[in-house]
Design a protein around this ligand. Structure first.
Ligand SMILES: Nc1ncnc2c1ncn2[C@@H]1O[C@H](COP(=O)(O)OP(=O)(O)OP(=O)(O)O)[C@@H](O)[C@H]1O
Length: 342
């Protein structure tokens, strides 16, 4: 459904010197800076797949989604979505996909969502019967019936995002590009949007490419992830393999009783210089101690802690996916045993 080959986008921006004279100088001698927002990215996505698109801020995710939507042209390389070249912006292609930008409002701010939907029906020339059927289905799935006639400006962020999703799906796109659709939402709205996306993808076999900084979105929706950093693809494959990279480690968290901690100046047994028998120790917020310990030594380290001093609480956890992925970004793919696949 989506074929991307060596897709590259270079932005050339004017570097203004500071101050008034900097501005005047710029009139005669302009300096430009180049950013390779997408750098030779290649991947292919099958019909009906739900793929997570991950990367730190500025990695090039939105730029890639914009190229796939035909909003910006690639500098080089090519993309085909359902056989269309997005950069040609053909009407048939516009009917086939939808782009939802969580940070941008696409609905008419001063109108109730219901009226925006009617306008969208006219823009796409949707027949009244199927339009009503689709709208009813989406409104029921997202539970926003009572809010359809409220001005968009008066909706909560979560309600607005649900309306944005409805607006994007009214013409039944076969491909959906979602750029942080849950940004800023509370946990309940995030969950509602996630559940909706999961059931919509299953029901309609829509191909979805999703970017999100919330790992819960990715873990609950995507089996496959594409990870990019500085415009380059660094991983493309099963999410489980990335999660599995943390399987050799566990996190032990404990809180020394009262003021005993390894914070500078506090007394033993967990004072400065205290070391676990295996792994590394860090002081977390509010004096909690966090240990990254190889899985094979968890019991030994727990026994050491309990033998050495009174603790109020002790828990053993898996390494969060966020930590494994940020390790991928900061130390490179080779530091984490997750080989990049072509
Ligand atoms: N129109 C533009 N002109 C110049 N530079 C741009 C433009 N759009 C994006 N960039 C630059 O391209 C790089 C990638 O930006 P992009 O928005 O694609 O990142 P992102 O992965 O979506 O980040 P985030 O997670 O913060 O949304 C950034 O360095 C950004 O400053």
């Amino acid at each position: 459904m989506i074929e991307v080959e060596n897709l590259t986008r270079v932005f050339r921006t004017y570097k203004k010197q500071p101050g008034f004279w900097g501005g005047v100088k710029g009139l005669f001698h302009r300096e430009f800076e180049e950013t390779r927002a997408a750098d030779n990215i290649s991947f292919s996505i099958k019909e009906g797949e739900f793929v997570g698109f991950l990367g730190p801020n500025g990695a090039g995710k939105t730029t890639t989604l914009k190229m796939l939507s035909g909003l910006i042209y690639p500098t080089s390389g090519s993309a085909r979505v359902a056989g269309f070249d997005p950069s040609k912006r053909e009407n048939a292609y516009r009917r086939l996909f939808a782009l939802v930008l969580g940070q941008k409002n696409q609905l008419w701010w001063d109108l109730p969502a219901q009226e925006s939907f009617t306008l969208i029906r006219a823009i796409y020339g949707l027949p009244p019967g199927p339009f009503k059927e689709t709208l009813d289905e989406l409104v029921t799935l997202l539970g926003v019936g009572p809010k359809l006639n409220v001005q968009v400006r008066e909706l909560s962020l979560g309600e607005r995002m649900k309306m944005e999703l409805i607006a994007a799906l009214l013409h039944r796109p076969r491909v959906l590009f979602l750029d942080e659709p849950t940004i800023g939402l509370d946990v309940i709205s995030q969950k509602a949007v996630r559940e909706f996306l999961r059931s919509y993808n299953r029901r309609h076999k829509t191909t979805i490419l999703l970017t999100s900084h919330y790992m819960a979105d990715i873990t609950s929706l995507c089996e496959r992830v594409i990870v990019i950093d500085h415009g380059k693809k660094i991983y493309d494959g099963d999410l489980d393999r990335i999660a599995g990279a943390g399987a050799g480690q566990r996190i032990i968290k404990f809180r020394p009783r009262a003021a005993l901690s390894i914070v500078e100046g506090t007394p033993a047994p967990f004072g400065p210089g205290w070391k676990p028998a295996h792994g590394e120790a860090k002081v977390g917020e509010d004096g909690e101690i966090l240990l990254h310990v190889p899985s094979a030594h968890v019991t030994e380290v727990c026994s050491q802690i309990l033998a050495q001093g009174p603790v109020d609480d002790i828990t053993i956890q898996d390494v969060p996916l966020e930590d494994i992925i940020s390790e991928l970004f900061t130390r490179g793919v080779t530091a984490v045993p997750v080989p990049s696949t072509p």
